[in-house]
Design a protein around this ligand. Sequence first.
Ligand SMILES: [Zn+2]
Length: 76
Amino acid sequence: MLKRILHPFQDVLLQRKLCVGCTFPLDKANRIGILTKNSDLVECKCKRRYVFDRKLGQYRRASLQEEQQYLKNLKK
Ligand SMILES: [Zn+2]
């Protein structure tokens, strides 16, 4: 029951481009790297990572796979 309430709330925060953990504006968060041609990886000051979709102009939580993909790219 609690999860049903929490998840839409996180979506609302992301739609407003705010971190779901600390509500810091993600537009001011640290852009740590390019993930794909159309998306950037962003790290909030609370260390949560997000993917910014440049086509949609929206943020979403980065998956573990995406974080690993980014780290792999760093080593090249
Ligand atoms: Zn945060």
